[in-house]
Design a protein around this ligand. Sequence first.
Ligand code: PLP
Length: 402
Amino acid sequence: MDKLVWVNNQQYLLQKNIEQSVPFLQHFTSEQVNRVTAFHHTYEKFKNTPLRNLQALASLLGVQNIMVKDESYRFDLNAFKVLGGVYAIGQYVANILGRNIEDLSFEQLKSPEVKKQLGDLTFISTTDGNHGRGVAWAARELGFKARIYMPAGSAEERLQNIKNEGAYAEMTTMNYDDTVRYTAKLAQDNGWVIIQDTMWEGYEEIPLWIMQGYTTLVKEVVDQLEKAPSHVFLQAGVGSFAGAVVAYLKQSYTQEITFILVEPYAANCFYESFKQGAPHYVTVGGEMQTIMAGLACGEPNPMAWEILKTYTKIGICCHETVAATGMRVLGNAIGTDARIVAGESGAAPFGCFYELMTNEHYALLRDTLQINEHSRVLFFNTEGDTDVENYRNIMWHGGYAK
Ligand SMILES: Cc1ncc(COP(=O)(O)O)c(C=O)c1O
């Protein structure tokens, strides 16, 4: 099996798609993003995560800059996902109270008067780990209950991390997409509020808030980077994260940015959709077992799809070893570069980039992307060592080297 395979997205920049993407992009204007960021900043311990410039690595690999936004530092939760969950819960509660979220703070949401108005709220969600931990954290911080369900084969450590946030958490015998359907049914039967990071017909508002929630991290990058990156490699599960990043970056710079989407072989719904070349996406199923647990989703978020099919140039799917190499390279800094503790889903895009810059087999892909000594390449380390056992297996014992 090839370490990675890639495909040109035939829907890329089609005029019809550009026109259709306009209403979606409007959910990610700087005005909206400022609203999200203002809410997140009311959390007393809020801190920006670092944007690392890996200069020694960039010289070694032959590009101008390698920039990594390191979300392993987010809220001490080791992943970016909490930004979406907490914003969605905040927005949901604001709506019930008939208030604007920009007038509400974490402290106000926690207040006894608010609790009295709201009664007992339970939030429910499916997760590979990071999203559910974020929802559990947000529910606990704001004084609500959370119930979190994980697909079969999830890491015990990730389940335990969710329980440690005070939520009820359980592992099912189903894959991710079937577990989502199961939790949606539980929510309906019990009057619980589903906070899911993907969208389906009739369930659009909360997943949009989650996508908007992610934009705080993109704004931090934009605030720091005067000049646009030339290339952005983005990991995709359901594509909510990548869709939000693309939507906001597109509107933040006038320079052209090349977006590349990365998935594992086992869950490559965007890759397969690009390959098919049609305006609508295809889904993939099965067990989707991969160390890139955060990317193990077979059904795109329809709104993210509309954005990503329009602005993604290339879709890549990669072998487990590619993510593992990415983790090792980022975790073993050279020169004065910062060390980055990157988990499997966090490192996959960098792993693909490393492969295509060092393996002549991918020279055509490198040329297609026009990556060269002038390129300023941006990555998002979306998680740290969220599965410590596997992290050490890879970093210390050479796991997934071949
Ligand atoms: C660490 C990590 N990176 C990336 C993603 C992908 O996000 P999305 O499902 O929105 O594409 C996830 C999703 O859970 C994740 O946990």
